[in-house]
Design a protein around this ligand. Structure first.
Ligand SMILES: Cc1cc2nc3c(=O)[nH]c(=O)nc-3n(C[C@H](O)[C@H](O)[C@H](O)COP(=O)(O)OP(=O)(O)OC[C@H]3O[C@@H](n4cnc5c(N)ncnc54)[C@H](O)[C@@H]3O)c2cc1C
Length: 378
C-alpha cells in the first residue's frame, strides 16, 4: 500500500534520557514524560505490539474491532503504522529493540486506564502483554475472542462501560457469549473481517514514560536469544506463508498415497519457509492432521502469501484465509473460485507441480533443507 500521510508529533523527550536533574523520565510518575498528555479514546482501543516494523497476524482485524483506533508499541512502530489498513487514528511509541513486556505493561497501563475496551491480537506478544495489562488495571481478561464490542445497554444506545465478547471453544465448534460490567481487556483471534483501507486521519508519535533504572528487570525474564518459530510445527494461525493442499493435489490416489503427498507438501513448504495447510476434504480423509485445516471450521490464517494446490476455493475454506497479500493457485480448472481470486493462477496438475518444486529445491535451486528435512527426500 502507499504510505499514509504521517504527521509525527513528538510529545516529549527521549524516554530513556535522564532529565536535567539526572532523573530518568517517569521516575516519579509513570506517565509524566509526554505520555501524560496523550488523549487515548474512552471507548475501544487496539494495542498492537510491533517487532522490527512487522505487524503481528490479525493486527488489522484487531484495529477494525476497536473501531479504527490503535496504539502501536515496540520497535519499528512508524513502519508498522504505514502497514495498517484498518486504522483511522494511530499512535505509535518506540520501546526499542528487545521487547520487555512487564515494563511495557507498566508504561501502558496508566494510558489505557481511560479505555473501556482494550483489544490486542491473540499473537504471542499480545498473549504476553494482555494479562499483564489486565492485572495492572485490575480488569477482567477475555482470551482469544472472535468478536468484542462495547455494550450499549441504555435506551439511548449509550455505552454501559461493559463489554460484550464471543469466544470460540472446543476447537471452535461452540461459540460462547460473555458480558462484563466494566472495562475489559480482550485478545482477539484473527477474524479476517478487516476490509479495505481505512481512511487514516491522524498518526501521532508518542513517548512512553520509562521506569526508574533501579527497578529494571522486575517481571521481565532475561532474554538470551529470540528464535524464529519453526514453520514445520508453529501454530498455523501465526504463519506468514502458507502452502495449502486440497483434493486436487491427490486426485486419483488411495489414502496411503495421498498421505505421502501431504507429507511431502509439509516438507516442501518447510523449505520455502512456509507452513502447510489443507482443506477439510483432506483432513476429514485423514491425509493430514486437523490442526492444518483452514476455514470456518478450522484455523483462521492471515498470511502474506497463500499458495493453494488443488483447492477449489469453497466459501468455507476461503472464509478462514484472512486477507493474504499474495495468492497463488495451482489448479487444472482455470475458472475455479480459488484461481479467480489469485494474483497468479497456474493451470496445471498440482501434484506434478509439487514434485517439480521438490526436485528443484532438493537440487539446490534454493537454500538447503534443514537437518530434519534432509532425513526424508522431498
Ligand atoms: C459446515 C461446513 C463446514 C466446512 N468447513 C470447512 C473448512 O473449515 N475448511 C474447508 O476447507 N472446507 C470446509 N468445508 C468443506 C467445503 O465446503 C469444501 O467441500 C472443501 O473446502 C473443498 O475442498 P477441496 O478444495 O480440497 O476439494 P474440491 O472442492 O473437490 O476441489 C478440488 C479442486 O482441485 C482441482 N483439481 C482436480 N484435479 C486437479 C489436479 N490434478 N491438479 C490441480 N487441481 C486439480 C479441481 O479443479 C478443484 O478446483 C465445510 C463444509 C461444510 C458443509
Amino acid at each position: 500500500m502507499s504510505p499514509k500521510p504521517m504527521s509525527p508529533k513528538p510529545m516529549g523527550a527521549d524516554p530513556l534520557s535522564p532529565d536535567a536533574a539526572g532523573r530518568t523520565p517517569g521516575e516519579d510518575d509513570m506517565t509524566s514524560t509526554g505520555a501524560s498528555s496523550i488523549q487515548l479514546p474512552h471507548g475501544a482501543l487496539a494495542v498492537i505490539v510491533v517487532r522490527d516494523g512487522r505487524l503481528p497476524v490479525g493486527a488489522d482485524d484487531t484495529v477494525a474491532e476497536a473501531g479504527g483506533s490503535a496504539i502501536l508499541v515496540g520497535s519499528g512502530t512508524e513502519q508498522g503504522a504505514n502497514e495498517l489498513s484498518a486504522a483511522h487514528h494511530i499512535w505509535f511509541a518506540e520501546a526499542g529493540p528487545g521487547l520487555r513486556p512487564a515494563r511495557l505493561a507498566e508504561a501502558l497501563a496508566p494510558l489505557l486506564a481511560r479505555c473501556s475496551l482494550v483489544v490486542m491480537p491473540a499473537s504471542p506478544d499480545g498473549r504476553d502483554l494482555a494479562p499483564r495489562v489486565a492485572a495492572l488495571l485490575d480488569r477482567p481478561l477475555i482470551a482469544r475472542a472472535v468478536s468484542a464490542e462495547l455494550r450499549a445497554d441504555g435506551s439511548d444506545g449509550a455505552s454501559s462501560g461493559g463489554v460484550r465478547a464471543v469466544v470460540a471453544r472446543l476447537d471452535d465448534r461452540v461459540l460462547v457469549p460473555i458480558e462484563t460490567d466494566g472495562p475489559t481487556v480482550v485478545t482477539l483471534a484473527p477474524t479476517g473481517r478487516a476490509t479495505g483501507h481505512g481512511a487514516v486521519t491522524t498518526v501521532e508519535r508518542v513517548a512512553l514514560a520509562e521506569r526508574h533504572p533501579d527497578r529494571n528487570g522486575d517481571g521481565d525474564p532475561e532474554v538470551m536469544a529470540v528464535l524464529e518459530p519453526d514453520v514445520l510445527t508453529m501454530d498455523l494461525a501465526d504463519a506468514t506463508r502458507v502452502v495449502g493442499g486440497g483434493a486436487g493435489l491427490v486426485a486419483g490416489l488411495d489414502d496411503h498415497q495421498a498421505t505421502e503427498v501431504f507429507d511431502r507438501l509439509i516438507r516442501v513448504a518447510g523449505v520455502l519457509g512456509a507452513s502447510a495447510g489443507a482443506t477439510r476434504v483432506a483432513t476429514d480423509a485423514g491425509w493430514t492432521g486437523y490442526e492444518r485445516q483452514i476455514g470456518t471450521t478450522g484455523v483462521t490464517i492471515d498470511p502474506e502469501l497463500y499458495v493453494a494446490l488443488g483447492i477449489s476455493g469453497a466459501t468455507q475454506h476461503v472464509g478462514g484465509l484472512g486477507a493474504p497479500r499474495h495468492i497463488v493457485s495451482v489448479n487444472t480448472d482455470s475458472s475455479s473460485p480459488m484461481t479467480a481470486m489469485a494474483d497468479l493462477g497456474l493451470v496445471t496438475d498440482a501434484r506434478a507441480f509439487l514434485a517439480e518444486l521438490a526436485g528443484r529445491l532438493a537440487t539446490g535451486a534454493t537454500e538447503a533443507p534443514r537437518t530434519e528435512e534432509k532425513m526424508k527426500p522431498l
